[in-house]
Design a protein around this ligand. Sequence first.
Ligand code: HEC
Ligand code: HEC
Length: 345
Amino acid sequence: METEFTMKPKLLILSSILFFVLLSAFIMDENPYFKITNKDIVFVNPKGFPKPFYDLSKNKPSVEGFTLGRKLFYDPILSADYFTSCATCHQQFAAFAHIDHPLSHGIGGRLGIRNVPSLQNLIWKDAFMADGAINHLDLQPLAPITSVSEMGENLPNVIKKLQANSTYKRMFYKAFQDSTITTEMLMKSLSQFLSLMISCNSRYDKFIAGVDTFTSIEEKGLNLFKSNCVTCHPPPLFTDNNYYNIGLKPDSNLNDNGRMTITSFKEDYFKFKTPSLRNVEMTYPYMHDGRYRNLKEVMNHYAASQSCSNKKFDDSEKTELIAFLKTLTDMDYLHDRRFADPNTY
Ligand code: HEC
Ligand code: HEC
């Protein structure tokens, strides 16, 4: 018969073994913080949204692929200095834009020529970047990884680093049933993560669905928006995926020709892609070069510009427009744990 005295050390040993097994399972687990499950990767086309440009049937998100894409997005291993990850520039609380400086900062503090845009509803974009330089989501991450002013890496080296990492080898195998990592697998896993970044539950969406109300200021702003802005910023995406010169003064230091860089057509000089206005409250500073610090400055531009709107907004109209723009903030998106840093426990 066991006495109390002999049982206790046994229990202690057993429970400490259990503890270490659980702890190591947690550390070894590639999907630890906010574990992604099947229900997290279901794509539902939001009501009223058009058909996406991105063909999800060719790269259907899986739990393993999405989890891998999330890890890569937050991992500085993709950069030359092991210091800069996608998320260094694309921060969730700012709808994956970067809020404190106008131009993007990459490895070694190198300055880019453009402001970091928000990332959302990417599968409905026919082209990426302010000049539309990239026309497929699967190709987009190549640009920052290889740009000298962003992550400063080259692909063979990135693949070599990932291949040498046993966790990544395992994760790539789980996602693609192959432990020889290729560029295509890298791009596809990032796309699986990026493609599900969907913002469609702002107060505006709830208002349209009839489950929320607007204040009278917001409603006045909506009406001003409808008569002055929707041609280029039409709902539900708040962009027409087109390019315009909205009358900003070119910055001679940056020497950015906009869309003309891509097409070489003179008439495309200083045209930029219409950005979505979803979550715009959170994505300051504004415009391709981040020249405006806040929405008031943007409204001052539109009030003075002849190229976009013939209307001279007065101060109360500017306030109304801004109040409306703030209804496009989607708290669910900004706090969606599926897109948060997996290294934060
Ligand atoms: C050094 C900062 C920086 C890093 C690091 C970075 N980006 Fe970006 N990203 C930018 C900037 C700046 C732009 C806009 C460039 C332009 O318009 O020419 C951009 C644009 C994008 C776009 C296109 C958005 C649109 O609507 O056109 C996507 C998608 C994107 N980045 C994803 C990523 C991914 C994935 C990574 C990691 C592999 C990454 N970025 C790393 C700064 C960065
Ligand atoms: C002729 C098309 C057009 C019209 C009309 C227009 N916009 Fe824009 N808007 C653009 C383009 C293009 C940009 C980006 C310019 C750039 O990056 O340099 C932009 C940028 C913005 C931005 C900055 C977004 C960001 O993330 O940097 C805001 C805010 C904005 N517009 C609001 C409005 C409002 C409010 C109206 C109506 C008063 C309006 N726009 C009318 C085309 C238009």
